[in-house]
Design a protein around this ligand. Structure first.
Ligand code: LLP
Length: 424
């Protein structure tokens, strides 16, 4: 369930009409619902706790939506943060996420980033390789600290979904094999700068079938038991993110309750372990929309009708990058038979096409449309390609809204650059 619904014939976010925001802030603009963000987090937590997983750490994957106000909204209901860069550490801290709920993942952490994480006191650094283990050990010793780490395992399962977002196969760059994990865990236990507290996995994103997750989690449980059998202590099992969000017209993901029940079944009888999760999309995707204005309806005499929008691939990259399907809804639907449109942005490349041959209610130039399910990997992946200003973000709460990332001015854009002395 989300909080984007028609009210008096117009699409609203909670108690605010999207048209009102578009009028005040301009378009394109991302709009997020506080209630939906918090509800999705709470539904997941209640499902996990209800299934008997005690005190799970739910670290929201900041990469999905890194807006500080969004992170703060989630932190207020108890979310931690899964971060993958110094920038995301700074964002999580700025949002008031307690450091002991911050998990630092990623295949290529720099010394500076590791030092920042240690100074901040994050609760877990997920190590993806032996060189990284050595580096974290060295940095921690230099700082006179001992890093709490987990070994990220690549469980070698096929998660399905788009190849560009699948991470759990042996050939992917992520994590180490089961056998390597055992060796590195034992090795780490004898190093002065690190303290291994657990193992972690994450096999992919937009997973709509529990089977690959279950296969991976069974392997993870077996690994925990083998490590414990060797006398090593394992306190935490990080099961990553990846549970799909419902996108209109796409395969339906399992309910959080089914996901939680599966985990409880797989982990039954495994004593004294804290579970950690790194969900991004299932929390944020349906908590956000991208609102755009139709610049032209270009009806070619040969037949194709193009809706040319003021939003482009730089604002919402997913269709161009992953052929992703986003529902497109008129903010104020007009009566009449559906019309088939190609929906495109103004950028000078063919990839700047959001969809082809989509049947929509009739639309005229000047109308507003909303890309649904755009709260995850939307603004977070936006850029200024074609020197288009970075898209602004608005957060709604009840009948109030606030601009939480303003649209920059052209002066702001130019001020970030400087001349080379020889060009003066
Ligand atoms: N943990 C780790 C280590 C990850 O790499 C990711 C996502 C997550 C958690 C969160 O996964 P989620 O619950 O959101 O599926 N840009 C792509 C998605 C890339 C996902 C990358 N890793 C898209 O727009 O579909």
């Amino acid at each position: 369930m989300n909080h984007f619904e028609l009210q008096e014939g117009e699409l609203a976010c909670e108690g605010v009409q999207l048209a009102k925001i578009a009028e005040a802030v301009g378009t394109p603009v991302y709009v997020y619902s506080s209630a939906t963000l918090q509800r999705h987090f709470t539904v997941l937590r209640e499902a996990l706790v209800g299934a008997g997983l005690k005190d799970p750490l739910i670290a929201f994957a900041v990469k999905a939506n890194s807006n500080v106000a969004v992170l703060r909204t989630l932190a207020q209901v108890g979310a931690g943060a899964d971060v993958v860069s110094a920038g995301e550490i700074h964002r999580a801290l700025a949002a008031g996420v307690p450091p002991d709920r911050i998990v630092f993942s990623g295949v290529g952490k720099t010394q500076e980033e590791i030092a920042l994480a240690l100074e901040a006191g994050v609760c877990e650094i997920n190590l993806e390789s032996e060189p990284e283990l050595k580096l974290v050990d060295a940095v921690a010793q230099r700082l006179g600290k001992r890093a709490t780490v987990a070994i990220r395992v690549n469980p070698d399962v096929e998660a399905g979904g788009h190849a560009k977002i699948s991470t759990g196969k042996a050939e992917n760059k992520f994590g180490v094999s089961m056998a390597e994990a055992e060796r590195l865990y034992a090795k780490a236990s004898n190093m002065a700068g690190v303290r291994p507290v657990g193992v972690a996995c994450h096999i992919g994103s937009q997973i709509t079938d529990l089977a690959p997750l279950e296969a991976a989690f069974r392997k993870m449980r077996a690994l925990v038991e083998r490590l414990r059998g060797e006398g090593l202590s394992v306190d935490r099992l990080d099961l990553g993110g990846g549970l799909g969000a419902p996108y209109f017209n796409q395969p339906t993901p399992p309910e959080p309750r089914e996901y939680a029940k599966m985990i409880a079944r797989v982990m039954a009888g495994l004593p004294d372990i804290q579970f950690a999760f790194e969900p991004g999309r299932m929390i944020a995707a349906n908590a956000g929309v991208l609102v755009s204005r139709v610049l032209h309806v270009n009806a070619r005499p040969e037949g194709r009708k193009f809706l040319v929008l003021d939003a482009a691939m730089n604002d919402l990259l997913r269709p161009a990058m992953y052929d992703a399907y986003h529902d497109i809804r008129p903010v104020k639907p007009r009566p009449g038979e559906p019309v088939t449109y190609d929906v495109v942005g103004p950028i000078c490349e063919t990839g700047d096409t959001f969809t082809r041959d989509r049947a929509l209610a009739p639309i005229a130039a000047g109308d507003l449309v909303a890309f649904m399910t755009a709260g995850a990997y939307g603004a977070a992946m936006s850029s200024e390609y074609n020197s288009r200003l970075l898209v602004p973000e608005v957060l709604v709460k009840g009948d109030r809204y606030a601009v939480v990332r303003p649209r920059p001015s052209y002066d702001d854009m130019l001020a970030r650059e400087q001349n080379a002395p020889w060009l003066a």
